[in-house]
Structure formats: structure tokens, C-alpha cells
Ligand binder design. Structure first.
Ligand code: ISC
Length: 444
């Protein structure tokens, strides 16, 4: 068998339904979807696997980029659509830290189902003979039969909440709050301006977790987020590290969080959005934290772009669990030696941002390692996909967890600045665990 990558992409009709790809996620009569990227019903699903690359260490992004380039360079591709995300695509998940034991990875599925602007397509990949249109239809029949029969999964049902033991992971709540207090001291001493401290919890469930079920709940409830799955790592992130479509790059920067659960009593009749705006956009601390995050992104994008445009005023991003202060940043990319930078090259330059590490980056990273006592694994690392032309979408892997049989390890963190209060930050981590706890059907 040759090891040339081959693929065929075929349009599969239109889908204007609200759930879109999310409706394909819970069919138990087909093999499980191992790779997913969905927002507002659109995106990419990946089934099966034809190739995989894994790496650890500081060069993980560049090594993955080289591997993908050499795999796609000599590939035989039939792609009448030639759109971002059609043709060969790799899904990826990268460790937050260069010292992590977690293997950063790119996974090339056997079958991809894509949906954008109502257009559905399928791509079948192989490392041998170029697949035919008939083989693609056979693969759709095997992996996503609901697409052909129209028998989509019904909306997720409200099932009885499961009783689960949710235990602290690396640090107890008290130890983590002490770490936050120590972080505030390091900020006051002038070593850094901001650090992001994370923690993990482990949920033991009475039965093995169904990843497609978790994904489906996340995709339907957190429509504004990007619902991801790469192997055992799943979640729904509201933060876009970088999206590249041709010459245009876009990011969504978040910093500043307000829990919606306890807002009702605090706002005393005030309109919800007005309350969120007053507390988040009207707070000098939150605005400062947000500006730090925008500045670090814009500075990192500068070598790749001659025009970067950030919303003048941040806006309030409303999610079911929290409000965030958010800004969208857009940049027109420049050619370098006749080529546009690929989405993965931009990831290499942008990660880690102030939203998940701190400012300045290097000392913040060192302090995080000292205080957190946690290998973050893929949490807060880049997660997403890229195609052969270099287009791609890479979110920051937040609001997610690692699933292992009947156990789920969840992660959440908070930006710590000079005025941060440990108890308030601890409560914020619980608000950030909530999407996954709810998707696992656990009440917390
Ligand atoms: C680190 C996380 O959130 C980041 C993204 C948005 C707002 C954040 C904050 O307000 O602290 C964090 O920087 C997380 O969800 O684990």
C-alpha cells in the first residue's frame, strides 16, 4: 500500500436545520464520532482514522505543521468545492505547556462530514488508492446513516441527574485558594501583572460516559461556543485563538467573567444585560484585564499582518452559565516568501495568550508551574482543525475535560490580578465547570 494521502470530496445537499451536525451525534447504531468541531450546528465531524501525528515539547506546533505539510504536499485530491475545510483536514489538540506529558496530536479521519452556510459535504480519505464517490456514500452509510435516512437524533432529553462524586484533582479547594493568594503576592511584588491559575476536579460517574451524548448537549446548549472533541478530550469553548480563512484571520479575546446564576438577587430588578455591562465593562479592573489580553494578541499578530482591527469597545458575550467581556480582533495576513502563514503557524506564534497564561508570558508561565501543581494537559491549549491550504480554526480549549470510561477530569481557571480575592476566584471556577457538569448530567 502506498502512503500517499488521497481524498474525494462530494457535496451532500443542503441542511438548514437548527441542530445541523449536532443531530448526528447520538446515533448508537453507528461507530462513534471521534473528532468534532461544531458552532451553531455548523462545522466538521470526523469518523475513523487514517493517520496521526503526536509530539511533546516546545516544537510541537512546528513539528505538527511539517508533518501535515509533507503529508498533504503529494496528495491526490478531488475537491470540486475547494472551500475552507473541504479536501483533507486534520483535527488537532495541543498541550498547554511545553513541559506537559500530554501528547499533542493531529488526527486525520477517514470520513469528514462538513456543514457551512447550509451546504453539506463529505470527504473520504485514504492512504492508498483514491476513494471513489460510491465508497464515500458507503462510508456515510456506515458512520453517519442518519444523514442518508433523514432519521436525525431527537433533541437531548432532560434525564434525571446522576449522583456523582466530584472530588478535587491536584489541589484541594483550600490549597488552590492559597495558591491564588500567593499569586496575588507575586503580582504585588511586581514580578508579573497577571497570571491565570487553573485547577481540576474529577467526577466519578455510576456508568461509562457517552462522549457523543456529552457533545450533543454542549452543542445544543452552548451554540455560541465551539464544541470540540479530539479523542477523549471534549468541551465547548467560547474563546477563538485564531481562525484563518484565506487572507483573513480572526480571534475572539475574552477576559472578565460574571456568573449568571447568582446575578438575579444582585441586580435587584436591573435589566440583565445592563447589569452585566455595568459590572464587567464598567469595572476598571475587568477592563484592564481585558486590555492586557487584547494587547498581547495584537502584538503577537503584528509580524503576520499589516492591518489589525479590534472592536473599539468590548462587548458582553452572553453564555448560559456566565457573561464575558469579549472583543473580536480581525487581521489581514501578509505573504511571507510568497506564502500566507498557515493557521498552525499563527497558533505557534500566539499561544499562550494572556487569557490562559498571564502577562508577561514567560514569568507568568513559570509562576503557574510553581503554584498550580498541575499538568494542564490539553486544557487551555489550542484545539481545532486545519486543511491542506492552511485554513483552520483553533479555539483555546476551555470548559472541557478528559473522559475515561466512567470518570471525567474537568479543568477551569481564572485570571488573577492585584485585586483578586481567592474565594471569588474559586466560585468562578465552579461557574466555568458548569457546562461540563451539566453535559455530564451532574448537578453541582
Ligand atoms: C481560563 C479560563 O477562562 C479564561 C477565558 C475567559 C475569561 C477568563 C477570566 O475571566 O478569568 C479566563 O481568562 C477557563 O475557562 O478555564
Amino acid at each position: 500500500m502506498s502512503s500517499t494521502l488521497t481524498s474525494i470530496t462530494v457535496p451532500l445537499g443542503q441542511d438548514a436545520s437548527e441542530d445541523g451536525l449536532a443531530a448526528l451525534l447520538t446515533r448508537s447504531d453507528s461507530p462513534e464520532v471521534g473528532l468534532s468541531w461544531i458552532r451553531r450546528g455548523s462545522g466538521l465531524l470526523g469518523f475513523g482514522e487514517v493517520a496521526r501525528f503526536e509530539a511533546t515539547g516546545p516544537d510541537r506546533f512546528m513539528l505538527a505543521e511539517q508533518w501535515w505539510r509533507s503529508l498533504t504536499l503529494g496528495s491526490a485530491v478531488t475537491d470540486p468545492l475547494a472551500l475552507p475545510g473541504t479536501g483533507p483536514v486534520a483535527f488537532g489538540s495541543f498541550a498547554f505547556s511545553k513541559t506537559s506529558a500530554f501528547a499533542s496530536r493531529l488526527v486525520v479521519p477517514e470520513l469528514i462530514i462538513g456543514l457551512r452556510d447550509g451546504l453539506l459535504w463529505g470527504t473520504l480519505l485514504s492512504l492508498g488508492e483514491q476513494p471513489t464517490e460510491q465508497e464515500l456514500h458507503d462510508a456515510v452509510q456506515l458512520f453517519a446513516p442518519a444523514l442518508l435516512s433523514g432519521a436525525r437524533a431527537a433533541a437531548p432529553e432532560a434525564t434525571a441527574a446522576v449522583v456523582a462524586d466530584v472530588k478535587p484533582g491536584s489541589l484541594s479547594e483550600e490549597a488552590w485558594m492559597r495558591a491564588v493568594a500567593l499569586g496575588v503576592e507575586r503580582i504585588r511584588s511586581g514580578e508579573v501583572e497577571k497570571i491565570v491559575l487553573a485547577r481540576d476536579v474529577v467526577a466519578e460517574l455510576p456508568a461509562p460516559v457517552s462522549a457523543p451524548e456529552v457533545l450533543r448537549r454542549l452543542a445544543c446548549r452552548y451554540r455560541e461556543c465551539w464544541t470540540y472533541r479530539v479523542d477523549d478530550f471534549v468541551g465547548a469553548t467560547p474563546e477563538m485563538l485564531i481562525q484563518v480563512m484565506g487572507r483573513t484571520a480572526q480571534a475572539r479575546v475574552l477576559a472578565g467573567t460574571l456568573d449568571r446564576r447568582d446575578a438575579a438577587e444582585k441586580r435587584d430588578g436591573e435589566d440583565e444585560l445592563a447589569f452585566a455591562e455595568r459590572v464587567l465593562a464598567g469595572s476598571a479592573k475587568q477592563r484592564h484585564e481585558h486590555q492586557i489580553a487584547i494587547d498581547s494578541l495584537v502584538t503577537a499578530l503584528e509580524p503576520f499582518s499589516d492591518a489589525t482591527d479590534a472592536h473599539e469597545e468590548p462587548f458582553i458575550l452572553e453564555l448560559p452559565n456566565v457573561w464575558h467581556l469579549a472583543s473580536d480582533v480581525k487581521a489581514e495576513l501578509l505573504d511571507a516568501e510568497g506564502h500566507l502563514p498557515s493557521s498552525l503557524a499563527l497558533v505557534n506564534a500566539l499561544h499562550p495568550t494572556a487569557a490562559v497564561c498571564g502577562t508577561p508570558t514567560l514569568p507568568a508561565g513559570v509562576i503557574i508551574r510553581e503554584l498550580e501543581a498541575l499538568d494542564r494537559g490539553p486544557y487551555a491549549g489550542p484545539v481545532g482543525w486545519l486543511d491542506a491550504a492552511g485554513n483552520g480554526e483553533w479555539g483555546i480549549a476551555l470548559r472541557g475535560g478528559l473522559l475515561e470510561e466512567s470518570r471525567a477530569r474537568l479543568f477551569a481557571g481564572c485570571g488573577v490580578v492585584e485585586g483578586s480575592v481567592p474565594e471569588v476566584e474559586l466560585a468562578e471556577t465552579w461557574a466555568k465547570f458548569r457546562p461540563m457538569l451539566e453535559a455530564l448530567n451532574i448537578t453541582a
